[in-house]
Design a protein around this ligand. Structure first.
Ligand code: AMP
Length: 217
């Protein structure tokens, strides 16, 4: 099953994708993660997108479509793909549809995760991850059991925050979401592929809603 998780930054797309990867053998394709990996390894493209990402603006369609194409043609996804943070523009949505057709696959459903803007600020400014294994945490909603130690891999002192998880960049990211990405909700609705879940519940509660939406697809 191939699904898109769509929603503003902080809606919980990455968190829910991680659960689907663990439980359903799906492969998460997060263009944000791929771009951050390119920055960390210092590639030419990584250097090119660094400033754009830190400001919270969108990188070009060409770059992210290229990243997705590479994964779709090489990754082995037994349980299907979860598109997380892609597509973010109508051009990317059209490209995804062409790419899926090219590899003999289709999109099964698009799940919109809605969260109000006040909740997003709180979620984003409080989140951090383990620099070693990537496990996600939150200062209020998901604290590590032992301070400064990752529950998952046991490393200490590796917690880090994303450079764009600050109020200033978040404003730009939200603006980009409403301007460039939210039209995709109408686009997929018109195609009969959109389902909506309330993203404000607990991690498990939202996960159950997503599971229901996938069963309905
Ligand atoms: P994310 O991790 O999905 O919040 O993405 C972090 C940043 O990476 C975004 O603010 C953009 O600068 C860039 N980015 C990620 N995915 C895309 C995309 N599909 N299109 C354009 N820019 C993207």
């Amino acid at each position: 099953m191939n699904i898109i998780l769509i929603g503003p930054p902080g809606a919980g797309k990455g968190t829910q994708a991680a659960t689907l990867v663990a439980n359903r053998n799906m492969v998460q394709l997060s263009t944000g993660d791929m771009l951050r990996a390119a920055r960390t390894s210092g590639t030419k493209m990584g250097k090119m997108v660094a400033g754009v990402m830190d400001r919270g603006e969108l990188v070009t369609d060409e770059i992210v479509i290229g990243l997705i194409e590479e994964q779709l043609t090489t990754a082995d996804a037994e349980g299907g793909f979860i598109f997380d943070g892609f597509p973010r523009t109508l051009a990317q949505a059209d490209a995804l549809s062409d790419l899926l057709a090219k590899v003999g696959q289709k999109l099964d459903t698009v799940i919109q995760m809605s969260v109000n803007d006040d909740a997003l600020v709180k979620r984003i400014t409080g989140r951090f991850t383990c620099g070693n294994c990537g496990e996600g945490y939150h200062e209020e909603f998901k604290k590590p059991a032992v301070e400064n130690t990752c529950d998952k891999c046991g490393e200490t002192g590796t917690f880090k925050k994303r450079a764009d998880d600050n109020e200033e960049s978040l404003k730009t990211r939200l603006m980009a979401y409403y301007k460039d990405t939210s039209p995709l909700i109408g686009y997929y609705y018109a195609k009969g592929q959109l389902q909506q879940v309330d993203g404000l519940g607990t991690i498990d509660g939202v996960g159950a809603e997503i599971a229901k939406a996938m069963d309905n697809a």
